[in-house]
Design a protein around this ligand. Structure first.
Ligand SMILES: NC(=O)c1ccc[n+]([C@@H]2O[C@H](COP(=O)([O-])OP(=O)(O)OC[C@H]3O[C@@H](n4cnc5c(N)ncnc54)[C@H](O)[C@@H]3O)[C@@H](O)[C@H]2O)c1
Length: 378
């Protein structure tokens, strides 16, 4: 296959290596029209660059992202660095004439998100933002159900992403726990894109928000024998209203670092008068669907591996995080190549800015303890 997309990664930490894993098994995508190959990696840490030496396609390893961006043999750059670096590095990627898959959030705050979107539009480059859970078979089924017309009148929507490891007060601080590196939006920046992707795709755009934001642990071990400040929001409950067919409908977005027992639990529930659908990564094979007939029934379908982009994996096998991450990359590459069709695409710059409009309004809501209008996207 000579249609090969050459990818560079800036930030080879948790997510940079996850991306390497996706490109390393790209061949599991069945009859996919484009090959994607990881060719260059930038990280500040030598030990991480060493890790990437085992990836045979990688031809450039550097600690300087500008050196990577000068490489003419890179088409697309995936940037997975701390949030305070997003704006500057995303703009540099675009200025270098490369396409971009940005990690979330789309910059540290609303101003940064707007600037990145403007630069993306001016550059003409193909830019999307990361959010992989909607590519799991169960999530796709919820999306499909909501679009099928079987909901009746929409009653309410819950879209949640819960983590639990921060419940341990001995967990050392890292850049995700401090405003200077994670942003004032805190947990919303970390987990928020994951919870808005499906609702936004369904046209569920909040018109107002009442936010409850919590900081529970304000200090953590600094890893050097002392304690460090943790000043980001741990949990955020966003109670929003959307307008559907001239009616207001509640949509609740939950992003939590302190959710007892939840390892990395993404879930969505969409309820209507005639039907409903629910999926949680805590039950990765279960697609729950509600039907109102003479009797009202919640049914459970045992899912297999019904991915949007077919793979060689057997249809009865269970999908997991690396699978939805690969599917998300397949969606990025397919959309860039113009062959996405009616399949779900990655978060667009407009959707990413819309998420920041919501998070900015949520901060204001929490400050004023009042519901705040979410501006229409401009
Ligand atoms: N999509 C997801 O499910 C998901 C999950 C976790 C994190 N993330 C996002 O991915 C991004 C990175 O998070 P992570 O968990 O991988 O963090 P991480 O701390 O594990 O990795 C970040 C890496 O960036 C490197 N880095 C810092 N400054 C750099 C620079 N100037 N040039 C090159 N490299 C630099 C660090 O050395 C580190 O290895 C964040 O935006 C985060 O929100 C996404």
């Amino acid at each position: 296959m000579n249609n090969t997309l050459r990818v560079g990664i800036i930030g080879g930490g948790l997510m940079g290596r996850e991306a390497a894993s996706a490109f390393g098994r790209w061949f599991v995508l069945d009859k996919f029209p484009v090959r994607a190959e990881l060719v260059a990696v930038c990280d500040l840490q030598e030990s991480l660059l060493d890790w990437f030496r085992q990836v045979p396609t990688v031809r450039q390893l550097t600690r300087d992202h500008r050196e990577l961006l000068r490489n003419p043999d890179i088409d697309v750059v995936y940037v997975a660095v701390p949030h305070n670096l997003h704006e500057a590095i995303y703009l540099e990627v675009l200025a270098a004439g490369k396409d971009l898959l940005a990690e979330k959030p789309f910059g540290m705050d609303l101003a940064a998100a707007r600037k990145i979107r403007a630069a993306a539009a001016a550059s003409g480059r193909f830019v999307r933002c990361s959010s992989e859970f909607p590519f799991l078979p169960g999530a796709l089924r919820v999306l499909q159900f909501a679009r099928s017309g079987r909901l009746g009148k929409l009653i309410e929507v819950h879209s949640c992403f819960w983590h639990a490891s921060d419940l341990d007060p001995t967990k050392p601080v890292n850049w995700k726990r401090q405003v200077k590196t994670c942003g004032e939006i805190g947990v919303m920046g970390d987990l928020g894109m994951h919870v808005v992707h499906v609702p936004f795709r369904l046209g569920y755009f909040p018109i107002r928000v009442y936010a409850q934001l919590q900081k529970v642990y304000t200090q953590r071990p600094d890893g050097k024998g002392g304690m460090a400040e943790c000043d980001t929001w741990d949990n955020a409950l966003l109670h929003t209203d959307i307008e559907v067919d001239g009616r207001e409908v509640p949509v609740r977005f939950e992003t939590k670092r302190l959710a007892p027992g939840a390892t990395n639990t993404w879930s969505i529930e969409i309820l209507g008068t005639d039907g409903g659908a629910r999926f949680s990564t805590a039950e990765p094979k279960s697609f729950w669907h509600f039907e109102r007939n003479k009797e009202q029934t919640w049914g459970r379908t045992d899912l297999g591996f019904q991915a949007a982009f077919p793979t060689i994996t057997g249809g009865i096998f269970e999908p997991g995080f690396p699978d939805c991450f690969l599917q998300m990359w397949a969606a990025y590459v397919a959309e860039r190549a113009g062959v996405l069709g009616d399949r779900l695409g990655c978060v667009t710059p407009d959707e990413a800015v819309r998420s920041h409009e919501l998070f900015a309004a949520a901060l204001e809501s929490h400050r004023t303890r009042a519901a705040v209008a979410v501006p229409k996207i401009t």
